[in-house]
Design a protein. Structure first.
Length: 149
C-alpha cells in the first residue's frame, strides 16, 4: 500500500492572500494474502485527511479535495482543503490520510479492525509570491524604464 500523494492548484506556486487548493490521492485499497494457509483480505478506507500547510497551520477534513474545475468553482476559490498563505516564501505541504481497516479471513464475514492506520504523503513545495498592481500609461515595450518594467 503506497503513500498518498498531494497536488496543488496552481501547481507549485500561489499568491499571498489567495486560496491554494490541495488535493490528496488516496482511495480505498485492498490487500489479499494468505495467513495460516487460509486466504485473507484486508480492506482500507480513508476516513480523515490531516493537512499540514508548512506555515504552522493545518486542518483535518473528511474529503480528499477536488480540483476547482471538478467542483465547478473558479480558480482561487475557497474549498474544504484550500489554504491562504499570509506571507511570501517557500512552504512544505503534506497530508496524512487515516485509513479504517476491516478484514475477511477464510471466507468468513468482514470484521472491523479497531483504530486507524495513518500514511503520510511525500512533501510537495509551494512557493508563495506577492503581487503588485501598477497603473502605467504605456506598456513595458513602449517604455522599458517605466514602473514595474
Amino acid at each position: 500500500m503506497g503513500n498518498p500523494t498531494v497536488t496543488s492548484e496552481p501547481a507549485g506556486w500561489t499568491i499571498a492572500g489567495a486560496q491554494t487548493n490541495f488535493i490528496a490521492s488516496a482511495g480505498e485499497r485492498e490487500q489479499a494474502g494468505e495467513l495460516l494457509g487460509q486466504p485473507v483480505t484486508v480492506h482500507f478506507t480513508p476516513v480523515a485527511y490531516d493537512w499540514r500547510y508548512g506555515d504552522g497551520m493545518g486542518q483535518t477534513v473528511t474529503s480528499p479535495g477536488r480540483s476547482w474545475a471538478a467542483s465547478g468553482l473558479p480558480n482561487f476559490a475557497k474549498t474544504p482543503t484550500s489554504h491562504a498563505y499570509e506571507n511570501r516564501g517557500t512552504y512544505t505541504v503534506t497530508v496524512t490520510v487515516e485509513f479504517a481497516a476491516r478484514y475477511q479471513f477464510a471466507g468468513q464475514g468482514w470484521m472491523d479492525i479497531a483504530g486507524t492506520l495513518g500514511l503520510t504523503s511525500d512533501p510537495i513545495t509551494v512557493t508563495v509570491k506577492g503581487v503588485k498592481t501598477v497603473l502605467v500609461g504605456k506598456t513595458c515595450e513602449e517604455n522599458p524604464s517605466g514602473p514595474g518594467c
